[in-house]
Write a protein that binds this ligand. Structure first.
Ligand SMILES: [Zn+2]
Length: 392
């Protein structure tokens, strides 16, 4: 059962070490800079197998993936997470070594504490607790972990989802453990994400001497008004659920290094974070129309790194919201802002997907940390979500 945050649960944490904290510390102590797993999944697999889960490693290339399931019936509710972490950055800036989990002043420090070994530990403890109390629960519960979330994300969740779909294993509900909260545990749930569309644009010109511009064709000059037009374009107004579509340039290269040479080409990389109101194909058409209107010679490669998705009101949203409020007293706000997550690989298969995890203030920074108290609270929220969907 889920408990509320009362003196009773506080007492528990003083009497016995919190199992979620212990597991999070064991995971942090296994360095797993993406796409390494560092043995994290092996540790988790052993615990879930001992509790009766069907556990399966699904490696692709250098990437470790773990699929664990308890039960064979529908609906299937899974937790989705990653065991890889981003590099620690300058070691001298860490107050304690990044792969030596350290509790100081109520915070657990270490690379991955918040993103997302804390959530992964909470997932495991929530699943173990749920299955122990409801060995014959209806439906199924599962855990999908990858070591390829922080990197290229090709051989991780995306690849596993294709295997599961081919087998006919349909996921109904998915909770992603990405650190979603802003100031206090429970304040934010992500109920969707914008799409992410990348463009690599090359403007072709003709190289020449700067003193003879009439014999050259300067791609920098040709690009300037195109840049101006694209950054001033209003793509849409967004919607009640999504912020407006935005285009950002991230890389711009031209020039030979010499100050007397007009370059032969210019290369620009840009990204659009887009709302579902404006499909990727429409954005592509509009940008190509701008280029055509400026009469330039160009090549343009598109790469769609994630379709947008939105999870509307339904059993998962109700169960997670109620669990959060029961534990924290906070009513979560729903948001589709921020970067993408592996939820984008699960939603297209028809699952309801929500993201909920700890406070994200320290993620990817030096001295990454999660509040020790939030680990037990997160565990109760995740478990409460399972209880509310499958066991009431
Ligand atoms: Zn993450």
């Amino acid at each position: 059962m889920h408990c509320s945050a009362t003196s009773e649960s506080m007492d528990d944490s003083f009497q016995t070490p919190d199992p979620t904290l212990s597991l999070a510390m064991e995971l942090i102590a296994r360095p797993s800079v993406t796409p390494d797993d560092g043995g994290c999944q092996e540790l988790i697999a052993a615990r879930l197998a001992a509790a009766g889960f069907q556990v399966e490693g699904m490696p692709f290339g250098a990437v470790h993936n773990l699929w664990a399931r308890h039960g064979a019936a529908s609906p299937l509710i899974i937790f989705l997470g990653h065991t890889d972490v981003v590099p620690p950055g300058p070691l001298a800036d860490w107050h304690s070594p990044p792969f030596t989990p350290t509790v100081r002043a109520g915070q657990l420090y270490g690379r991955g504490a918040a993103d997302m070994k804390g959530s992964v530990a909470a997932f495991v403890q929530a699943l173990l607790g749920f299955v122990a109390q409801h060995p014959d629960h209806p439906g199924s519960v599962g855990l999908l972990l990858t070591s390829d979330e922080e990197g290229v994300a090709r051989d991780g969740t995306r690849a596993v989802m294709e295997v599961l779909a081919a087998r006919g294993e349909h996921i109904d509900y998915c909770v992603v453990g990405e650190p979603s909260c802003r100031d206090t545990l429970g304040d934010t749930v992500k109920n969707g994400r914008r799409g992410s569309l990348n463009g690599e644009l090359v403007i072709h010109g003709t190289q020449g001497h700067v003193a003879y511009p009439e014999r050259a064709d300067n791609p920098i000059v040709r690009f300037a008004p195109i840049l101006q037009t694209l950054i001033m374009t209003v793509w849409d107004q967004g919607s009640a659920d999504f912020p407006a579509t935005r285009l950002q340039f991230s890389n711009l290269q031209a020039g030979t290094g010499a100050d007397n040479v007009i370059p032969g080409s210019l290369r620009a990389l840009f990204n659009l974070r887009y709302a579902p109101t404006t499909p990727a194909s429409t954005l592509q058409t509009r940008i190509e129309a701008v280029l055509a209107a400026h009469g330039v010679r160009y090549s343009l490669n598109w790469r769609l790194s994630g379709e947008p998705f939105l999870t509307r009101d339904g059993p998962l949203k109700a169960a997670l919201s109620e669990s959060i409020t029961a534990e924290t007293g906070v009513r979560p706000e729903y948001s589709t802002g921020g970067g993408t997550s592996d939820g984008r690989f699960v939603a297209p298969f028809g699952a309801q997907v929500l993201e909920f995890g700890p406070i994200n203030e320290s993620i990817h920074k030096v001295n990454e940390a999660v509040a020790v108290a939030d680990l037990a609270r997160l565990t109760r929220i995740y478990r409460g979500t399972l209880e509310r969907i499958l066991a009431r």
